[in-house]
Design a protein around this ligand. Structure first.
Ligand SMILES: [Zn+2]
Length: 185
């Protein structure tokens, strides 16, 4: 089932999300709905707060990048209770980001290129690993959602100022996008 995506100004996007346990009701269905919603809206990642749930569940698909990065072919993964354990601050990179919760806004964001993460997979098997490159960027963007953070919090004050009219239009419901949303107005 395709779920509506909560857009900028919805309070759940600013909540810190909670870890879940394996008995979380209808988890398999929730994850499958999140994948379907992400594919439908052409996103590469979706975090549970974006569908109105303050829980630590994220889905990521990188298959669309397979022409440039063959290692991402068929990359469709769910992350349960993910946490960033360490940032390798020795190298950062700037790349343009967008967000399904902020339709129409794209801004360059500087982030570390390598992070250490812990998470459970869909079978609740624990993993702990260093991740780099595009996946590390998408993970940082998505896992930020679980802390109530958005990528526009990480742009320069000047860029923030410049995007203010766009964010205020999002609050007023004055925007268009090709997928179903829940917006403040
Ligand atoms: Zn996002």
């Amino acid at each position: 089932m395709i779920l509506p995506i909560y857009t900028y100004g919805m309070p759940v996007l600013r909540k810190k999300a909670e870890d879940i346990t394996p008995d979380f009701p209808n988890l398999k269905e929730l994850i499958s709905d999140m994948f379907e919603t992400m594919y439908h809206s052409d996103g590469v990642g979706l975090a549970a707060p974006q569908i109105g749930k303050a829980i630590r569940v994220v889905v990521i698909t990188l298959d669309v990048l397979k022409d440039d990065f063959p290692e991402y072919a068929d990359f469709n993964r769910a992350y349960i209770n993910p946490h960033i354990l360490e940032y390798d601050d020795s190298e950062t990179a700037i790349s343009e980001e967008g967000c399904l919760s902020l339709p129409g806004i794209h801004e360059p964001v500087r982030r570390p290129t390598r992070i250490k993460v812990s998470y459970l997979d869909e079978d609740f098997t624990p993993h702990e690993e260093w991740v780099e490159g595009y996946l590390a960027r998408v993970m940082q963007h998505e896992f930020d959602h679980l802390e109530g953070k958005l990528f526009i919090d990480r742009i320069s004050p000047l860029r923030k100022q410049m995007s203010r009219s766009k964010t205020s239009n999002l609050l007023k419901g004055k925007f268009r996008c090709a997928y179903k949303v829940k917006s403040p107005k």
